[in-house]
Design a binder for this molecule. Structure first.
Ligand code: SF4
Length: 335
């Protein structure tokens, strides 16, 4: 088993050799305002997000529910077309590719879902589920397909006896292992994992996280790891981006973010997280009020309606995300 402490830290200074490079990504949704009114509103779900991920690197994307982190994941994978910005995968700009052009690219980027039960076809056996991508991409058939499925099963801790079983016959952790094997079948370079352990028991969470870590080492995978759980993100990530209302407000390596958080929102998230050692608990900074609507985000700093340090300039102009310390970025006038 590989401890995260044994893993090489990655530099955060440039994205030139990135698996994934995202620049100014935007995703807006149009919603109709009542019936029969024809008025439409624009939801700014993701509004100018930039980051990169290198091979063998995990970028954790964390924030409250509704902050846009899942939208980032799905837009990066081109499951949803972006409204603006650029996405590069292994150096290739995939932002404007048509569906037919995307097909070969999709094998290099896969997704692991939150609810393994909902994401697996209940009518198919585990063998068929994991073998399906191999067949769809005409990479293997018959005996060769079974051999490769068994190899994948073996790699994620499943055995030959599991081949014929259906999703309902597995535990939650085993189902997530099937989802991981399916994601690995096409040997991707990028995996977007959207809350992959939040539906699992805590004891099983650690097993699945350790599996993801060892697979990353073995296959050189880059992970975009989306979670609301700071402990989980701390365990698996090399760097972490904190999202608030469609924007990244802080981005740093793990030690920087957890050791000296710069943005008041990050500080509030960390203060609200359970901390077993009371001596290490940050001064309690309670988050007040609700997250504002992404249809009509507040002017200036998006966090100003909940920030106890807000001053006039915060309401007048939005602070840029800037590199405050080497590799440690924050969007706050006080940083
Ligand atoms: Fe708070 Fe102002 Fe910093 Fe925004 S810019 S987080 S409102 S202090």
């Amino acid at each position: 088993m590989i401890s995260p402490e044994d893993r090489p830290e990655t530099s955060t200074s440039t994205g030139s050799d990135s698996v994934l490079e995202v620049t100014g990504l935007k995703k807006y949704f149009t919603i109709r305002k009542g019936f029969p009114s024809k008025r439409q509103d624009l939801v700014h779900a993701v509004d100018g997000v930039s980051f990169f991920i290198r091979p063998r690197e995990t970028l954790g994307l964390v924030g409250e529910s509704g902050c846009g982190k899942t939208t980032v994941g799905k837009t990066v994978l081109r499951l949803w077309p972006p409204s603006g910005g650029r996405v590069k995968l292994n150096g290739r700009d995939i932002t404007q590719l048509r569906e037919s052009e995307l097909r070969p690219v999709r094998s290099a980027m896969q997704m692991i879902f939150q609810d393994p039960y909902a994401s697996l076809n209940p009518r198919l056996s585990a063998e068929k589920i994991v073998g399906e991508p191999l067949e769809n991409y005409r990479l293997a058939r018959g005996r060769e397909k079974r051999r490769r499925v068994l190899e994948l099963f073996n790699r994620v801790g499943l055995g030959r006896e599991h081949l014929a079983k259906h999703p309902h016959e597995f535990s939650g952790g085993q189902r997530q292992r099937i989802g991981i094997a399916r994601a690995l079948a096409l040997r991707p370079s990028l995996i977007v994992a959207d809350e992959p352990v939040s539906a699992l028991d805590v004891s099983v969470q650690a097993q699945v996280l350790n599996l993801l870590i060892s697979l990353q080492e073995e296959f050189g995978l880059a992970y975009l790891f989306i979670s609301h759980d700071l402990a989980v993100v701390n365990y698996i990530s090399h760097r972490i981006a904190v999202m608030y209302l469609g924007r990244i407000v802080e981005l740093s390596d793990r030690a920087g973010l957890f050791g000296s958080p710069l943005h008041p929102y990050t500080q509030a998230l960390l203060a609200a997280a359970p901390e077993p050692d009371p001596r290490r608990r940050l001064e309690m900074v309670l988050l007040e009020g609700d997250v504002p609507s992404p249809i009509n985000p507040p002017p200036g700093c998006r966090f100003q309606t909940r920030c106890r340090y807000a001053e006039d300039r915060c309401r007048a102009m939005e602070p840029a995300l800037r590199e405050v310390l080497p590799g440690h970025w924050a969007a706050c006038y006080l940083s």
